[in-house]
Design a protein around this ligand. Structure first.
Ligand code: IPD
Ligand code: CA
Ligand code: CA
Length: 266
């Protein structure tokens, strides 16, 4: 597997899918409900997923594919593509311009490459294992990403999100949110987990936590954060192990233990 070719392919596909989303953003959306009344999907999530997997399959017919909107095929080689065709569906459906396309390639547990494309800002976040994380801006400038150097929670800007079962489950992040509101400088809930994590990589945020993410939400962003010098663990501080659902803390490293402590004590 040539990772440079893989990255170029994934970037081209993410940009193409991003354009599809951008074209749909101003159009009428058809919304269907999935796991709960607040878990939506539009025709553009599905169209983007179809486009991404048809392109990936053409290039890598022997790989495995996992996508949010139902794609799941097992290949003969030990490579798996994780795709969220539209991370931030609720934002997209409401016309709130924060969403992205997420594509990642893993070899078993090992993340090999990750791409996030935010079509409204024209920002493309990329990482290849051991080669750093980068942002290519709308005007084509490419810059290496580094996490922030913030050491104090009281000066830190954090982000989080809430699971779709929050109205029926106790593990809904309400206690943790209340605890962080008391100790951080600011909390944001932008509505795209993948971009939240990439913003930690870019130093725009100092940390992020969220319960019950899906593997496709975090697969690409997690590598981008790690390659930018960030730390990514499960909510109890243990190393990330890929699973259907996982609860994550992402930080600039310096704030990791303080964030874990707030979560433990909430
Ligand atoms: C959701 C977004 C949101 C996060 C949810 C995710 P979707 O993904 O990333 O920010 O809080 O946990 O499921 O449904 O828009 O692809
Ligand atoms: Ca998602
Ligand atoms: Ca999605």
């Amino acid at each position: 597997m040539n990772l440079e070719d893989g990255l170029a392919t994934a970037v081209a596909i993410a940009r193409e899918a991003g354009q599809l989303l951008l074209d749909g953003f101003s159009q009428q959306k058809t919304v269907e409900r999935k796991s709960s009344a607040i878990d939506w999907v539009t025709q553009y999530d599905k169209a983007a997923e179809e486009l991404i997997f048809s392109r990936l399959r053409a290039e890598y017919p022997n790989h495995s594919f996992i996508g949010e909107e139902g794609t799941e095929t097992e290949g003969t080689e030990a490579y798996t593509w994780y795709v969220d065709p539209l991370d931030g569906t609720n934002n997209f459906a409401h016309g709130f311009p924060i969403f992205c396309v997420s594509i990642a390639l893993y070899q078993g547990e090992k993340p090999l490459l990750g791409v996030l494309f935010d079509p409204t800002r024209g920002e493309c976040f990329t990482a290849v294992s051991q080669q750093g994380a980068f942002l290519t801006t709308a005007d084509g400038r490419k810059q290496q990403l580094h996490v922030s150097r913030e050491t104090e929670l009281i000066s830190s800007l954090l982000a989080t999100g809430f699971p779709y079962d929050r109205q029926t489950s106790d593990e809904n992040n309400v206690r943790q949110l209340a605890a962080f509101l008391q100790v951080a400088q600011g909390i944001r809930r932008p509505g795209s987990a993948a971009l939240d994590i990439a913003y930690v990589a870019a130093g725009r945020l100092d940390g992020y936590w969220e319960f019950k993410l899906h593997c496709w939400d975090m697969a690409a962003a997690r590598l981008i954060a790690e390659e930018a010098g960030g730390i990514v663990t499960l909510m109890d501080g243990s190393p990330v192990k890929m699973a259907r659902k996982l609860s994550l803390v992402v930080s600039n490293g310096r704030l990791h233990e303080p964030m874990l402590q707030v979560i433990r004590e909430a």
